[in-house]
Ligand binder design. Structure first.
Ligand code: CU
Length: 415
């Protein structure tokens, strides 16, 4: 099939017009995408918490999408602004949804100060569409638009990310989901379908720009480029079949864990796993450069923690690189410290939970986050970072956070 690679140069005037037209068409396109999904077998649209789905338009039988690579300001949680790079004003980039068999054209406009490209991770496509700068195409220079076009021959949870200056561009937030639904979902229908992109960053307390040269010692860990309590809860009705797609392009593997339920690992970035091979788990390790789909039946109402199980990955910025004070005689140390630095307060001799509680009283650098996560119904929740809550209710309205779960009568604390 004669696929031509097109390299289109937009004038800035033309790009502005295209942007305005895209925004006007957005609501209409989203509606048509919903209609399309219903026609194609009622498959549930993917929900990207704190994110969005990329609209498309039909152009001569081809689904045409438009991604703009650009610098993005992202609020990871109230009061914590980070200078990221992403697509269409967000990180992760908007989720692309399409169906097996679709012909897609994805226009990629570069508004970064350096070159870029997009690799369609896991997608089986002609070599010239693979997006590896230098190997299969020249880099997309600033101001240029490149058209990727191919037919989708598979289904599954795939990704997109740059293959130019990967260390900087991926670390600054340039990645997104490419979800390809099966033509015929058969019995694989789910009621709720979520997508969570993992990322880790090093952002010096008080700074706004992540340091992409850091290799191992990260201090901010995000779900869809947000930290708890800035992560949107996953809203689910009791009895729903729930799929959660998790993607990882960081420098670490992330064991993602759910409370109150078991799940099955049902897919990878190479596609669905046949049901006879599904593995029951409470935690799924998501390796670097991979996606994992998990499915569960939400039969247990409540507010259930969903988080990375590496304990440093559910801590926020302030909790790393501190002196180890565990087991120290606090009174003695405090007295000696005060002779050197009057008014200084030592913290954390009985553990870090106490330290989290004291942080409200301590001055914080501008534009930084406390180690503590957020306020819960019974006090502070010590976890931040890669943490969110699956809220399961009998009468869940998917569009509204129902607040905290009411525990009802239960065992009391023994005095
Ligand atoms: Cu982790």
């Amino acid at each position: 099939m004669g696929i031509t690679r097109r390299n289109v140069l937009f004038s800035s005037f033309g790009a502005t017009l295209a942007g305005l037209a895209a925004r006007r068409g957005e609501a209409k396109e989203t509606r048509s995408a919903l209609r399309h999904a219903r026609r194609a077998g009622g498959r549930t649209n993917v929900v990207t918490p704190n994110g969005a789905t990329l609209p498309y338009r039909m152009v001569g039988g081809v689904k045409e999408f438009h991604l703009t690579a650009e610098p993005v300001k992202r609020e990871f949680v109230d009061g914590f602004q980070v200078n990221c790079w992403g697509y269409n004003g967000m990180t992760p980039g908007p989720t692309i949804e399409a169906f097996e068999g679709d012909r897609v054209r994805i226009l990629v406009t570069n508004h970064l100060p350096e070159g870029t490209s997009i690799h369609w991770h896991g997608v089986i496509l002609p070599n010239g569409m693979d997006g590896v700068s230098g190997l299969t195409q020249p880099k997309i220079a600033p101001g240029e638009t490149f058209a990727y076009e191919f037919t989708l021959k598979q289904n599954g949870t795939l990704m997109y990310h740059p293959h130019f200056d990967e260390m900087v561009q991926i670390a600054l937030g340039m990645h997104g989901f490419f979800v390809i639904h099966p033509r015929d979902a058969g019995t694989r229908r789910v009621d709720r379908d979520f997508a969570i992109f993992l990322n880790e960053w090093f952002i010096k307390p008080g700074a706004s720009t992540p340091d992409p040269t850091v290799m191992l010692d990260f201090n901010v860990f995000t779900f869809n480029s947000r930290v708890f309590p800035g992560t949107e809860p996953l809203l689910v009705r009791t009895g729903d079949r729930v799929r959660i797609r998790i993607a990882n392009l960081t420098m670490d593997s992330h064991p993602i864990h759910i409370h109150g339920h078991k799940f099955y690992v049902t897919g990878t970035d190479a596609g669905p796993i046949q049901e006879s091979a599904w593995i029951p788990e409470n935690t799924v390790n998501v390796p670097v450069g991979s996606t994992r789909d998990i499915e569960l039946v939400a039969d247990n109402p409540g507010d259930w923690a969903f988080h990375c199980h590496k304990s440093h990955h559910v801590m926020n910025q302030m909790g790393h690189g501190l002196p180890n004070l565990l087991g120290i005689d606090a009174a003695n140390t405090q007295a000696r410290l005060n002779t050197l630095a009057p008014g200084t307060m030592i913290m954390g001799p009985t553990g870090m939970g106490e330290m989290a509680e004291m942080q409200g009283m301590m001055p914080m650098p501008r534009n930084s986050i406390t180690m503590r996560g957020g306020e819960g119904p019974y006090g502070p929740i010590d976890m931040g970072g890669m943490f969110t809550i699956v809220k399961i209710r009998d009468d869940m309205d998917y569009t509204r956070d129902p607040g905290w779960y009411s525990q009802g009568p239960r065992a009391r604390r023994v005095e």
